[in-house]
Design a protein around this ligand. Structure first.
Ligand code: CP
Ligand code: NVA
Length: 300
């Protein structure tokens, strides 16, 4: 069978995505009860980060260790990538040496190029277009706290960025409705939204999107690489702040998610992110377990 990659949520079927989530919940329970697991003994994951990371780096590295394997961080600055070695040559070399590669890149095209010659699984640890590992953790959190997301209403409040695109993919895959409230100038990828139109609802206001929502999600106003547009985006996104009044529009037991890092007082108030409906720490912790399940799915 040819090698499987995880560059996009859509690289998995809905059943496979659900199976990874179920496995993640199980792996987490086992880990918390003190049981060890060495399914990836002697296996190595290489990680290449073109952008900063706290959660992705830590969770992949800790996850490999917890499964009996090992992770290597290859910063482009101190690898030959910074001196112009082609990404496809790097990929071919990785296929000779390690068992899987996780990439965080400025451009999604770099991931596709890397994967096109890879004989080992390639995992997208965030690109300008998608952040699929985050979606595994986010859905795991929803399932743990609210049950199956099939038929749920998830409100996306904020820019139509990589996280929003990933939620659009996942809405169709897992059959929930994604209610999006974003400024016209910051809409998500139109082709993607068009392809998944049956599961996406564009709303005129943040309050409309949140109406009866089971989950309310936001993200930073300016993503990594968009720093030069931060002031303009802040102006456009001010009416889309997730505050207590907005959260009140959602179902009364709705949960709040944010992939982090967060900017209190911008996209979300402290009252919400540090409040009783916030599930952001569980969500961040689930990166660890969801990715262990993903690594086992791709490697075993
Ligand atoms: N949510 C997330 O991917 O965080 P990092 O940028 O810290 O990896
Ligand atoms: N949209 C954010 C997510 C960070 C994890 C970014 O790309 O910077």
């Amino acid at each position: 069978m040819s090698v499987r990659h995880f560059l996009s949520e859509s690289d998995l079927t809905g059943d496979e995505f659900r199976a990874v989530i179920e496995a993640a919940i199980d792996i987490k329970k086992q880990w918390k009860s003190g049981k060890t697991r060495d399914t990836l003994r002697n296996r190595t994951l290489a990680m290449i980060f073109e952008k900063a990371s706290t959660r992705t780096r830590t969770s992949f590295e800790a996850g490999m260790v917890q499964l009996g394997g090992h992770a290597i961080n290859l910063s482009p600055n101190d690898s030959q990538l910074s001196r112009g070695e082609p990404i496809t040559d790097t990929s071919r070399v990785m296929s000779e040496m390690v068992d899987a590669v996780m990439l965080r890149t400025n451009s999604h095209a770099t991931q596709q190029e890397f994967a096109s010659v890879s004989r080992i699984p390639v995992i997208n640890g965030l690109s300008d277009r998608l952040h699929p590992c985050q979606l595994l953790a986010d859905i795991q959190t929803c399932v743990e706290l609210r049950g199956d997301v099939k038929g749920a209403r998830i409100a996306w409040i904020g820019p139509g960025n990589n996280m929003c695109n990933s939620f659009i993919n996942t809405a169709q895959l897992l059959d929930f409705t994604l209610a999006i409230a974003c400024p016209d100038a910051l809409r998500p990828d139109e082709n993607l939204a068009g392809q998944h139109a049956s599961h996406v609802e564009f709303c005129d206001t943040a309050a409309t999107a949140c109406q009866n929502a089971d989950v309310v999600v936001t993200d930073v106003w300016a993503s990594m690489g968009e720093e030069q547009d931060a002031a303009q985006y802040a102006e456009l996104l001010r009416p889309y702040q997730v505050n207590q009044a907005l959260l009140k529009q959602a179902s009364k037991d709705a949960i709040f998610l944010h992939c982090l890092p967060a900017h209190r007082g911008e996209e979300v108030t402290a009252e919400v992110i540090d409040g009783p409906q916030s599930a952001v720490w569980q969500e961040a912790g689930n990166r660890l377990h969801a990715q262990k399940a993903l690594l086992e799915f791709l490697l075993l």
